[in-house]
Design a protein around this ligand. Sequence first.
Ligand code: SAH
Ligand code: SF4
Ligand code: F3S
Length: 442
Amino acid sequence: MNDLRVKIITYGCQMNEYDSHLVASELAARGAHLVETVEEANFVLVNTCAVRGKPVEKVKSLLGQLRKEKQRRGGRFVIGMMGCLASLEEGQAIARDFGVDVLLGAGAIHKIGEALEKLEPFWDVGFYPELDEVVPPPPAGALSAYVTLIRGCDHHCTYCVVPRTRGPEVSRHPDLVLREVEQLVAAGVVEITLLGQNVNSYGKDDPSYPDFADLIRQVAALGVRRLRFVTSHPMNFSDRIIEAIAETPAVGQYVHLPVQSGSDRVLKRMAREYRRDYYLERVARLREALPDLVLTTDIIVGFPGETEEDFQQTLDLYDEVGFDAAYMFAYSARPGTPSYERFEDLPREVKIERLERLIEKQKQWSLERNRAWIGREVEVLVRGPAKEEHWALGHDQSNHPVLLPAAEVAGPGLYRARIEEASPHMLFGKVLEPALAGSVSP
Ligand code: SAH
Ligand code: SF4
Ligand code: F3S
């Protein structure tokens, strides 16, 4: 593979980012060169997302460009597609249309080496337990890294493709998780994010594994300075997990807990398995245990059949909880999902109008919640220069994005800072002292 020059392009969530790193490491171990641009590459691998229509459109447009590049180079150019969209028939049809040579579903990505050894097209959309045995090496120079805990999803939210793209829940063996974390800590990583579509379910599929609450403690005991996890399902967010968070300083007081809707009628049609009151009770319990809790969520607006009154209940729930931030989406009807088969989509204008109203609400709350941090001291993990001139970008222990004056920052690393100003999307701080300077220059 010495003449293989690979460019990986990643769409989708953190699980895809982790998977792209895993594949890049497999390729590098086999002698391939990882390059920065499509022009330098003779193999372009697209890691895809299928959760909404938009990422699918993006993949199609990229594949269109890659097909042209392949023609321009007289066919001496390999197009690869992997990840969630590749797991679906919808994606496989797209792959055929665009002349994709190598296709690996989300459960077969570790077969990348095998795929490239064969000089013929290679398609594999199986789900292989061996994938979970791969322990990728620490990303070079990184201060922050992901570790996959559990793949797949056993819930059946009616709008969601993920149970089909990533299969049923499979927890990784705790020894592998702990070994991976140990390597990252030894390499100087200060922040680890544990990943899964539903991390709270960790260990349910194997009685010999610790549950998520115990695993948090075991991982933190390895000396992880900051420990985070995404994402959580309210149904699996037990008191045991809340206790473990409260007892583990490395976790801080940050939780992402997707609610999706504030209306029981809509939650039922979504098959979310809980009611509004249950969600509010989990939030109350969390706030009791974690008085400085920073709580973020995901919300879908314009789910089929959502009335103005249902939507109003989502706005009311937002006021009742006062989320610090939210990822908000207009419902996207995805082929093959139960809600696509069963329900009629609302008009686009209705969805967009509601989304705009929700974003307005979110901005007000985020500004109010962020302002409460003015004057407080936080520890900021600076990643590098911000888009905004003269500022460096990082995030604090509660996952707020924080801008620090570039002149006060020597490079990526941890800094103690005092928050001086807030906007709906950012905190602005002043550096008090470096807590731990990183080894990488900006
Ligand atoms: N497993 C996670 C989230 C997975 S997808 C969870 O259950 O919370 C991330 C987010 O995308 C979801 O929380 C949901 O808000 C959104 N999403 C998923 N499918 C969607 C669809 N068909 N239309 C719009 N948003 C969707
Ligand atoms: Fe999708 Fe629901 Fe599973 Fe999350 S819990 S991945 S939204 S099916
Ligand atoms: Fe997308 Fe797959 Fe993640 S569908 S959101 S890349 S799990």
